[in-house]
Design a protein around this ligand. Structure first.
Ligand code: 3EB
Length: 339
């Protein structure tokens, strides 16, 4: 199995996966596309992103430092190498009904998904969430009287709160995007050691957003630094054209891309301050880029090439950013070997 990238994360083509025997250190996959993966063993956790891949390799592989063990419990499929655990849980919303207290369906589904994850992490001895990827269909649609992203935020917040996990420095990096169908899907990396949470000086911390953005603020940090197998990993959460708490440049994908690059730049400076090693630089980020309208692909790509350089690995897909006025969002990671 070959691919581009190093260590924990790399991009792959679906064909490269189908070709040979699976690496025994493989922890799991992220799979972009409306058609799901075929011929993968059940014991390999795979998060399907129900979204069209616009450009780049459609599969990302998460690989451990040694042989992995698989399990499935509380609806979570997972694999771990003794140091890091990758898991996926999918929750179909149609088994839920509006709660007796009026709690919307997606809120209840999100709370259940996160409760299952926390239970599993406690049992497996991986208490520290490093990075979470959330995908929900029709994120900007209003159902049960509330926008679905806002419903999701309530359910996620309740589960973090009930687990005693609303502790500022331990809130994980995350992203939350809208896709065109499928169940609520939550994938995560968890470790035995804590990460260091990073906030962005240009942005209000999401967990402090005012109530204009929903009854419950989103539970994520802007980035997280974690140590693993002789390397330091930086996980950058979904980053958009938000300054303070406000969406900037509505309707202008190029200006939004410039603004998010300024956010990434400030975040990397902050991460570098907290890191033991050399500074993090924009061109070393490998990134997943979410574009709301496929016709914005070319201008967004050109602007990102200017800001991030041409060398970094990137995949572009069509997805809905969690605020209706945001057209583009970038998430990323980078790795520094510790000497
Ligand atoms: C933002 O900055 C844009 O709800 O987990 C980015 C990353 C966003 C994570 C989440 C949402 C989330 O508010 C949206």
């Amino acid at each position: 199995m070959t691919g581009v990238g190093h260590g924990l994360h790399r991009f792959l083509s679906g064909a490269a996966l189908a070709g040979g025997a699976l690496d025994p250190a493989l922890l799991g996959l992220s799979w972009i596309g409306l058609a799901g993966p075929t011929a993968l063993p059940q014991s390999l956790p795979c998060q399907q992103l129900h979204a069209p891949c616009l450009l780049g390799e459609a599969v990302e592989a998460w690989t451990g430092a040694g042989p992995t063990l698989a399990g499935s419990r509380h609806g979570v499929r997972y694999r771990h190498d003794g140091g890091l655990l990758f898991g996926v849980i999918e929750v179909a919303e149609d088994v839920f009904v509006l709660g007796d207290d009026g709690s919307p369906v997606l809120q209840r589904a999100a709370q259940q998904a996160y409760e299952a994850v926390f239970r599993l992490l406690g049992e497996e001895g991986y208490p520290h969430l490093w990075r979470i990827w959330n995908y929900l269909p029709h994120i900007n649609r209003e159902t049960d009287g509330l926008e679905r992203y806002r419903q999701f935020n309530i359910g996620r917040h309740r589960a973090f709160e009930a687990a005693g996990r609303l502790v500022m420095d331990s809130i994980p990096a995350a992203s939350a995007l809208g896709v065109s169908g499928g169940p609520l899907s939550v994938a995560f990396l968890a470790g035995r050691t804590p990460t260091r949470s990073i906030e962005n000086p240009r942005q209000l911390s999401a967990f402090r957003y005012p109530a204009d953005y929903g009854p419950c603020s989103p539970t994520f940090s802007r980035a997280a630094l974690g140590g693993y197998a002789g390397a330091e990993w930086l996980f950058v959460s979904g980053t958009a054209s938000i300054v303070g708490h406000q969406s900037m440049h509505p309707g202008d994908p190029v200006a939004q891309t410039r603004e998010l690059l300024a956010n990434l730049d400030a975040l990397l400076a902050e991460a570098s301050r907290c890191s033991a090693g050399p500074a993090y630089r924009l061109p070393e980020l490998s990134a997943r880029v979410y574009v709301r309208n496929p016709e914005h692909l070319a201008p967004v790509q050109a602007e990102l090439a200017r800001g991030l350089g041409d060398t970094a690995q990137r995949v572009y897909l069509q997805a809905d950013v969690c605020r209706a006025d945001l057209l583009v969002e970038v998430e990323a990671q980078a790795c520094h070997l510790l000497s």
